[in-house]
Design a protein around this ligand. Structure first.
Ligand code: SF4
Ligand code: SF4
Length: 96
């Protein structure tokens, strides 16, 4: 989609665009320690990019995550934290 000044995107178009390329510099990290599968993070995510099916299974598709932090804010058991992009890269390299 070509974005121009004053552009208003139609709702639900995040899945058609690589919205993750606009990310704020922070990413959600799902700790998978206390998750009760309440689904709030998935329901609240404005980009509809959180998936899960049971306790401690939730994750964000970072191709579409913009780093807004709403998932982290709404999680009732503090099982999501926002971390700088580099921290996730380091954790992946260390196999965490
Ligand atoms: S930070 Fe969380 S709520 Fe915001 S776009 Fe990413 S996954 Fe969705
Ligand atoms: S909001 Fe927190 S507890 Fe609820 S499904 Fe998401 S990660 Fe799990």
């Amino acid at each position: 989609m070509k974005i121009t000044m004053g552009c208003v995107a139609q709702p639900g178009t995040s899945q058609n665009n690589n919205t993750g390329s606009w990310r704020t510099g922070l990413k959600p990290r799902f700790l998978h320690l206390r998750c009760t599968a309440c689904d709030l993070c998935s329901l609240a995510c404005p980009d509809g990019c959180i998936y899960g099916n049971g306790n401690n299974t939730y994750f964000a598709d970072l191709k579409f995550c913009k780093g807004c932090g709403i998932c982290c804010t709404v999680c009732p058991v503090n099982d999501i934290e926002m971390v700088p992009e580099e921290m996730l890269l380091e954790a992946a390299a260390e196999g965490k």
